[in-house]
Design a protein around this ligand. Structure first.
Ligand code: SF4
Ligand code: SF4
Length: 444
C-alpha cells in the first residue's frame, strides 16, 4: 500500500513503524474472511482491511481521531486472526496498538465511557482494589437484569461476568521449591497476574503443583503484577509501560530463571511483546528483550517436559478452545492439545476455532452486544461436539464461555494437573460430583 508520510512524521519511531506495516498491506482482503466482526456484520469498516484504511488516513494526515475511526477501532477485538491469515505478514497488532494510543490522546469520549474506562484501568490491574470491587459486585450482581432494563448494558455485562463466589486473596511473593525426590529440571518465575489469582486461584495453584511435581522451582517475584495488557489495549500507553517496567525489574531481581511462565495467554502475548514496547527506552530495551525471550505459555513450557500420566479407563472428551492470544498472538496451536492427548484425554478441535469467543480482555464489558453474539456462536459450535469438559488457556475465554453453557470450562493446566496426580478441577467436581470421588483412571 502506498503511503505519503512526510519525513518529519517518519522521524517519530512509532509512525515509521506503522508506515512499514501499512506498506506491507496489499489490500487483498484475505483477512476479512477470518475477522469476527466482519463475519458477524459484513461491514468493510469493521474488517482488518477497513480498519487499516481508517488508521492510515488518521495517521497520515496527523488528524485527531474521529468518532467514526474510534467506533470501528473500538470494535476490533485484537484477536489477531487477521495476522494469522494475512499472506503479506502485516503486523496488525502493532498498528492497532499505535492507533489506540493516538485515539486515547486525541479523542474525547462521552463522559460515561471515560468514567467506565478509567474505573477499569484503575481497578482491575491492582489486586487489592479488584478484590474490594468484586465484593461490591457480589452484592450488586442480582441487579444485572435491572441495569440491562434501564439501558446500563455495560454495567449489566460487568455484573453478569463477575463471579457468584467470594474473591480470593492474591498469592504473596514466595518461592515454591521443586518436590522432594523429583529430579531438578528448572527454575521459573510464574506471572501470577492481576485477575487470575483473585477470580480463579485454582489455575495458578494447578500450575504450581504441576511444575513443582516435575522438578521445577517456581518463583512469585516480589514487585511483579499486572502485565499491562489491560491498559495497553485501551491505548493508555504510559500506564502499560509502567506496569511492564515493574515486571522487568521484579524478574531481573529474581535470580537465574529458565523461563517466565504465564497461565493467561492474553498476558503472555503482551509479555512476549515487551521487547518491542520498550525498544526506544534505553534504560529498559535490552532487559525487556531478554524478558520477552524468557516468556512462555504454561502449555509451551510443559510440552518441553515429559509428563507422565496414568491411563484412563475411558477418555474424558475435551473440547479444546484455542484462545486467540495463544493461537494467533503466540502461534501456539499444537502443544496444549498434544500434552492433553498424551495424558489420555480425547481432544476435539472446536469448528471455526479461529474465531474469537468475544472475551478479549475488557471487550465483553465495553462491547457487550458483539461479545454476546460471538459467545453464542462459540458455545453453539462447542455444544455440538458434546464434550465432557471445555479446556482453554486463558481465564477470559473460560469466563466468557462458561457464562453461556452448562458444560464445565476449565484451564488446560487444571486437566494436566489432575492427570499427573493433582485434584479434580473444581468446575468439573461441581458439575460431576462423582468424578471427584474416583481416581483419575475412572473419571467417568
Ligand atoms: S490479508 Fe494482509 S495484505 Fe491482505 S488486506 Fe488483509 S492485512 Fe492487507
Ligand atoms: S484483530 Fe480480530 S477483530 Fe481486529 S481486525 Fe483483526 S481479525 Fe478483526
Amino acid at each position: 500500500m502506498q503511503t505519503s508520510f512526510t519525513l518529519a512524521q517518519l522521524a517519530d519511531p512509532h509512525v515509521s513503524e506503522s508506515e512499514k506495516i501499512l506498506r506491507a498491506c496489499v489490500h487483498c482482503g484475505f483477512c476479512t474472511a477470518t475477522c469476527p466482526t466482519y463475519v458477524l456484520d459484513g461491514n468493510e469498516l469493521d474488517s482488518p482491511r477497513g480498519r487499516i484504511y481508517l488508521i492510515k488516513e488518521m495517521l497520515e494526515n496527523d488528524r485527531p481521531a474521529t468518532e467514526e475511526v474510534t467506533r470501528h477501532v473500538d470494535r476490533c477485538l485484537s484477536c489477531l486472526a487477521c495476522m494469522t491469515t494475512c499472506p503479506s505478514g502485516v503486523h496488525y497488532m502493532h498498528l492497532v496498538d499505535h492507533a489506540r494510543v493516538h485515539i486515547e490522546s486525541t479523542y474525547r469520549r462521552p463522559l460515561a465511557e471515560r468514567l467506565l474506562r478509567a474505573v477499569l484501568a484503575k481497578v482491575m490491574p491492582f489486586p487489592q482494589r479488584f478484590w474490594l470491587a468484586l465484593h461490591g459486585a457480589l452484592i450488586a450482581k442480582p441487579l444485572a437484569p435491572l441495569a440491562e432494563a434501564v439501558g446500563l448494558r455495560r454495567i449489566a455485562a460487568m455484573l453478569r461476568l463477575s463471579p457468584w463466589r467470594r474473591p480470593h486473596r492474591p498469592l504473596a511473593p514466595q518461592i515454591f521449591p521443586a518436590a522432594a525426590g523429583a529430579e531438578k529440571r528448572g527454575r521459573v518465575a510464574l506471572l501470577a497476574g492481576c485477575v487470575n489469582d483473585i477470580l480463579a486461584p485454582e489455575i495458578n495453584a494447578a500450575a504450581i503443583r504441576v511444575l513443582t511435581r516435575h522438578g521445577v522451582e517456581v518463583v512469585l517475584a516480589r514487585g511483579a503484577g499486572c502485565c499491562g495488557s489491560l491498559v495497553h489495549h485501551m491505548g493508555r500507553e504510559g500506564e502499560a509501560l509502567a506496569q511492564a517496567r515493574a515486571n522487568i525489574d521484579a524478574w531481573s531481581a529474581a535470580g537465574r530463571l529458565d523461563a517466565i511462565v504465564i497461565t493467561a495467554s492474553g498476558c503472555g502475548t503482551t509479555v512476549k511483546d515487551y521487547g518491542f514496547m520498550l525498544r526506544t527506552d534505553s534504560a529498559y530495551a535490552e532487559r525487556a528483550a531478554r524478558i520477552s525471550k524468557l516468556a512462555q505459555d504454561i502449555s509451551e513450557y510443559l510440552a518441553s517436559l515429559s509428563l507422565a500420566g496414568k491411563p484412563q479407563e475411558r477418555a474424558l472428551v475435551v473440547a479444546y478452545h484455542a484462545a486467540c492470544s495463544l493461537q494467533h498472538g503466540q502461534r501456539i496451536t499444537r502443544q496444549p492439545k498434544d500434552v492433553l492427548a498424551k495424558l489420555g484425554f480425547a481432544v476435539k478441535d472446536v469448528p471455526d476455532g479461529h474465531l474469537c469467543c468475544g472475551s478479549a480482555g475488557t471487550y465483553n464489558i465495553l462491547q457487550p452486544d458483539i461479545a454476546r453474539r460471538l459467545r453464542e456462536r462459540k458455545v453453539g459450535t462447542i455444544e455440538r461436539l458434546r464434550p465432557d469438559v471445555i479446556a482453554a488457556g486463558n481465564l477470559g475465554c473460560i469466563t466468557q464461555i462458561a457464562a453461556g453453557t452448562d458444560i464445565p470450562a476449565v484451564h488446560t493446566v487444571e486437566l494436566i494437573d489432575w492427570a499427573t496426580g493433582g485434584p479434580c478441577p473444581s468446575a468439573l467436581r461441581e458439575h460431576r460430583p462423582a468424578a471427584a470421588m474416583r481416581p483419575f483412571t475412572a473419571a467417568r
